[in-house]
Ligand binder design. Sequence first.
Ligand code: B1M
Length: 211
Amino acid sequence: MSVLVEISEFVQKGRAKNVKECVAKALEEGVSAKDILNEALIAGMMIIGEKFKNNEVYVPEVLISARAMNQGVNIIKPYLTKEGVEPVGKAVICTVKGDLHDIGKNLVKMMLEGVGIECVDLGVDVSSEQVVEAVKESGAKIVGLSSLLTTTMDYQKEIIDALSVAGLRDKVKVMVGGAPLNAEFAESIGADCYTKDAAEAAEAALGFFKE
Ligand code: B1M
């Protein structure tokens, strides 16, 4: 069994200690941090997601797997985030109101920080008022919104509208993401960009700062 499959299986079983050991082993074997993230840690979480959907596992198992995945992420973090990169600017990032999913948002934050973007992380269940306030206070040039539920994705538009009402819309680029979204949806709500994963988000954000 390859070490990546092994990690994925330990994530699914929620075995944090084994995940950490195998991630360290994979790094020693020269497997890239990006492959460990995408092909093992996220891959394992996706399988749990499918099982959750089919009622084969329940909330506690999902949380235990998420914890195991995060322990693995902590080990590869220094490899994904280039140390000593010059700060390029600020972003406000959050999971929107009504939504408590933060694993993807945290990965996006980590990748943004990795390319030198300072993140003001507002956490989960975040209102439009909180976003507007944070943009005013921080002077961030990017707002990153994450939604994992079909019932919360429309709230992203409310945040964009609130930024317009506050006179901030043309001062920030709004980036959106999360499993139920796509580029068409992003366009329909007036976002500046949709990216499908954390690595793409970091690239796009960097692009905005270079514009
Ligand atoms: Co929930 N949940 N969940 N859940 N959960 C989903 C999303 C679901 C698809 C599962 C399913 O039924 N198949 C489903 C949503 C269905 C729908 O909306 N149509 C669902 C549901 C229904 C629920 C509850 C309602 C369940 C209940 O209580 N009955 C409840 C809602 C709570 C709430 O938010 N109000 C709930 C609760 C939970 C847990 C608390 C148990 C846990 C969250 C723990 C946490 O986040 N701290 C959880 C989890 C873990 C999941 C699944 C299994 C995994 C999500 C995840 O972390 N994936 C998920 C099933 C699935 O997605 N397959 C599911 C791994 C993560 C790396 O991927 O977040 O997609 P993701 O992030 C990706 C990209 O999307 C992208 O980058 C990341 C990868 O690089 N991305 C961005 C994300 N944000 C971005 C922002 C960007 C750019 C890219 O720019 C700013």
